[in-house]
Design a protein. Structure first.
Length: 367
């Protein structure tokens, strides 16, 4: 069957120009930065596609001894390559005051030979990299912030604290998904739009305009192996979903778990659902598994702009004040009504249980 590609779609560049025309006071720096990020994502997509053909699977061997990032996680070869690509594609154009990444302990300073700009970028260069060797979809996540005014005025080196801005202050957020097709999902604060990479043109084409998350769903995603560590409200929610039509929810649910948050987020954007990686008691030193600045905040902004909801489980994610560059947090996002239900369960008193033997199955009145 001959392949027919529609030629009347807008490119990412055209889309950004149209957005800028609606905001005459906007400068071209913002658009240029997003296009540099898109170029980085194209480069990463190619490396992911070649995989073992280019020796890109397996762990990164720093001095043959392996390498562990600031998160305490073993780095994959593509983790390191993706981080380098993000830095090299965005540092040179004079749009950034600094950047921060999952793979770097401290903020990255723009080299002295390049002009400094007014934006900050934080990113997870390759989310879900544990899936690389088994050929499951992975992706990149990014968030763009306006640098503090004194950074813009003085051009000084950035510090950790310059990035400590709540999600509500993000200028833009997005992710690239490297799957059967490479897709870029982007919000600049006025809805969410999806672009698909045309491999012939090398351009991201607008294929999913004005993406929305249905308010209701019958699908949830959670790592059930952590059930013994969940807090009571989360356990209650999951138990009710699993009870199906005969339970208090009166309907059946499907459960999904890909272990790649980008892929989970994309599925929810396309057809609804709720994702939970809640705070639990597995490691008391970590109040959550996912990172606030470069995972929860950008995905949270995308969900809220698409009509969904993003939460810690107790309060809106976009209102959380960051206190650390690699701060972890519990994260629940997706279909609005389900996320609000989970928040309600956290706010309600725990159901009363009776331990009195008079009310037990074997009571004082039984042998």
């Amino acid at each position: 069957m001959p392949l027919t590609i529609r030629s009347n779609r807008s490119t990412l560049t055209q889309f950004l120009i149209e957005e800028r025309r609606r905001h005459p006071s906007a400068s071209g720096d913002f658009n240029a930065l997003i296009l540099d990020v898109a170029l980085a994502c194209k480069g990463i997509a190619k490396a992911v596609a070649y995989g073992e053909l280019a020796g890109m699977t397996g762990n990164y061997a720093a001095d043959a001894g392996g390498s562990v990032n600031v998160q305490g996680e073993t780095q994959k070869k593509l983790d390191v390559l993706s981080n380098d690509v993000f830095m090299q594609r965005t540092e040179w154009a004079g749009n950034l005051a600094g950047m921060a990444s999952e793979e770097m302990e401290a903020p990255y300073q723009i080299p002295a030979q390049y002009q400094r700009g007014k934006y900050l970028i934080v990113f997870d260069p390759l989310d879900g990299s544990s899936n690389i060797d088994v050929n499951v979809s992975v992706g990149s996540i990014f968030s763009i912030l306006l640098a503090p005014q004194d950074v813009i005025d003085s051009g000084r080196d950035v510090t950790d604290a310059d990035f400590f801005q709540p999600g509500a202050k993000q200028m833009a957020a997005g992710y690239a998904l490297y799957g059967p097709t490479t897709q870029l999902v982007l919000t600049v604060g006025e809805g969410v739009n999806g672009f698909t990479l045309d491999p012939n043109l090398g351009e991201f084409m607008l294929t999913h305009p004005k993406m929305t998350v249905p308010a209701d769903t019958q699908e949830f995603a959670i790592n059930a192996s952590n059930a013994r560590f969940w807090e009571a409200p989360v356990k209650r929610y999951v138990d009710e979903c699993l009870a199906g039509k005969t339970g208090p929810r009166g309907k059946d649910f499907n459960m999904r778990w890909i272990a790649s948050m980008v892929a989970e987020a994309h599925r929810i954007l396309m057809r609804g659902g709720v994702f939970l990686y809640p705070r639990d008691s597995k490691d008391p030193s970590k109040p959550g598994r996912l990172r606030l600045l470069y995972e929860a905040n950008p995905v949270g902004m995308i969900m809220e702009q698409a009509g969904g909801r993003a939460s810690t489980g107790e309060l809106p994610m976009m209102s959380v004040q960051p206190t650390g560059l690699h701060q972890r947090i519990g994260f629940v996002f997706g279909s609005k009504n389900e996320v609000e239900r989970i928040e309600r369960y956290h706010a309600e008193p725990a159901p009363t249980t009776f331990e009195n033997p008079l009310f037990a199955e074997r009571s004082l009145f039984r042998d």
